[in-house]
Design a protein around this ligand. Structure first.
Ligand code: NDP
Ligand code: BG6
Length: 522
């Protein structure tokens, strides 16, 4: 007999199969978004299109303003033309005159140095002018989208100009989104946290990790905690090991200046990949509040054992790509890329083995890898379960069997798959592994919101669930900083290579072989 509540839920889903409508609390108050570094690459490719698409969806408040800030003298009209061009080139939806004409009239530019106190006074005066024009106060959302070398002067000037302290008059009235990289090791992350929280209160700070804005990453929590079938299996009794892959097809491109100082561990693993790991392995939060979810992630990060840095049981591997082919075209190796130092020891690939020392995961290895110029762009989390007892289907080549594997495809082909063993149709019993697939694009359509849309909206409405808390970033830096120091001390010693277009270097296979495992080909 069906339970009444279940019937109702089913009926609701049938009436609104795609549930695209947003609830009322997603409305933001009158807001001015101030982007530092507004002439830059991130702003053009991600931030302007995100704001525009929020406008298309009717999610910007009626009193919304966009203020670009940067060192060059840029008249408002020129900044508007630049914004329109960026939206035309990078937005997932076409620029329409209707939405753009409203946004354009509310887009301005303030020129000045990031370390120039008078420029921040001009900025404050511009905001005050907008407020005067509409006769009410505006929430100010500062977006720091500059290279990290100017994070400190921007924060200092937001403090001394009084712009950061606007929240004193009304809680949450002033907020700051800060881009990655949030520090380059534990001491610098601590120092930046200290500076941030001497200027802003922690609830006003939104440390961005755009992977948390990806639909499939958010869906991880739903899959884990809204389905009763997974939880009983999600532990050391049933899980053999977990593999997390964040592979990129692109190389270092024109970003050598940044990447040579960063490398894969800082660029992808300390943040994006470790967030995927935390969401996969953490305990159920007591509720969906930002603090509860972030508490669980921090607890999980703290349960990770320090990595073994060397010896036959070392938990790490690093490498640079060497010449090879991608998409049938020859491609140069890392050392031949533009502006790479001839003695560079920067890793374009890193793999780690994590041991989580808690009740749930004791003894279950978590393998994590990320690299540039790999066989194809794919991010996935694969949970490999232990094998079924062999009593019935064993001892014959008629029974091809695989361990059950549940894989979350984060991108690009968003979905989930489950490998099961099935009988091959026919007059005798033979088995073969089969794959059950769920594709987002088939069920929900493919033109879904980009990560930055969700994240900018969340910051405007004051929801920090998908942002990183200060102690969280310090916990992940605490784990990777000893590796960074160790690799630095070794120079190119132990740095392997892998051909462009491959799935990575041999030294990373060794991390798994010790446990009888192999990397999957996603
Ligand atoms: P850019 O190098 O394009 O810089 C952004 C703007 O900052 C520039 O247009 C310039 O503006 C100003 N700027 C650049 N260099 C300096 C400098 N040395 N001193 C002072 N100001 C400078 O950066 P991105 O837009 O690529 O990235 C911005 C932030 O976002 C960075 O922290 C980056 O790590 C992060 N990020 C970027 C991603 C991307 O895909 N681009 C992805 C994820 C994170 P002006 O001259 O007008 O003052
Ligand atoms: C950024 C890194 O944070 O993420 C880049 O700095 C990387 O090096 C990018 O290419 C990958 O993001 P996505 O969303 O394309 O997987």
């Amino acid at each position: 007999m069906p339970i009444a509540g279940q019937d109702k839920r089913m009926a609701d889903t049938e009436r609104h199969p795609f549930l695209h409508g947003l609830s009322k609390h997603r409305g933001a108050p009158p807001t001015v978004v101030v982007i530092f570094g507004a002439s830059g690459d991130l702003c053009a490719r991600k931030l302007m299109p995100a704001i525009y698409n929020l406008g298309v969806d009717g999610l910007l408040p009626a009193d919304f303003y966009l203020l670009g800030f940067g060192r060059k003298e840029i008249p408002d009209e020129e900044f508007r033309a630049h914004t329109a061009a960026a939206i035309k080139e990078f937005s997932r939806r076409e620029l329409t005159e209707d939405v753009w004409s409203r946004l354009k009239a509310r887009t301005f530019y303030v020129s000045g140095g990031y370390d120039e106190p008078a420029a921040f006074d001009r900025l404050a005066a511009r905001i005050a002018g907008l407020e005067k024009g509409i006769g009410q106060e505006l929430q100010t959302l500062f977006y720091i989208s500059t290279p990290p070398s100017v994070f400190a002067p921007i924060l200092a000037n937001l403090g001394t100009s009084g712009l950061a302290a606007r929240y004193v008059r009304k809680p949450n009235q002033s907020k700051v989104i800060i881009e990655k990289p949030f520090g380059r090791d534990l001491p610098s992350a601590r120092a930046l946290n200290h500076q941030m929280t001497s200027v802003f209160e922690e609830p006003q700070v939104y440390r961005i990790d755009h992977y948390l804005g990806k639909e499939t990453v958010q869906d991880l929590l739903v899959q884990r905690f809204a389905n009763a079938i997974f939880e009983p299996l999600w532990n050391r009794n049933y899980v053999d090991h977990v593999q997390i892959t964040v592979a990129e097809e692109v190389g270092v491109g024109t970003r050598a200046g940044y990447y040579e100082q960063s490398g894969c561990l800082r660029d992808m693993i300390q943040n994006h990949a470790m967030q995927l790991l935390a969401l996969t392995a953490m305990e159920a939060p007591v509720n969906l509040s930002a603090e509860s979810i972030r508490d669980e992630k921090v607890k999980l990060l703290k349960a990770i054992q320090p990595f073994k840095l060397e010896g036959p049981n070392a938990d790490l591997a690093r490498a640079q790509y060497s010449e090879g082919f991608i998409g049938g075209q020859p491609a140069s190796g890392y050392m031949q890329e533009k502006d790479i130092s001839p003695t560079s020891s920067t890793e374009s690939y890193a793999a780690l083995r994590f041991n989580i020392n808690n009740w749930r995961w004791h003894g279950v290895p978590f393998y994590l890898r990320s690299g540039k110029r790999m066989a194809r762009r794919v991010s996935e989390i694969a949970i490999r379960f232990k094998g079924a007892p062999g009593a019935l289907f064993a001892g014959s080549d008629k029974f091809a069997l695989a361990n059950n594997t549940l894989a979350f495809q984060i991108q690009p082909d968003e979905g989930m798959s489950l490998v099961l063993n099935a009988k091959i149709p026919g007059l005798e019993t033979r088995t073969q592994p089969v794959k059950m697939n769920f594709k987002y694009s088939t069920t929900f359509g493919s033109n879904t919101a980009e990560a930055y849309e969700r994240l900018v909206l969340d910051a405007m409405v004051g929801d920090s669930t998908l942002f990183i808390r200060g102690d969280e970033t310090e916990s992940s830096w605490a784990l990777v900083t000893p590796i960074l120091e160790y690799w630095k001390s070794k120079g190119r010693d132990g740095l392997d290579d892998y051909p462009v277009g491959s799935w990575g270097p041999k030294n990373s296979d060794a991390l798994l072989v010790a446990n009888g495992h192999v990397w999957r080909e996603p």
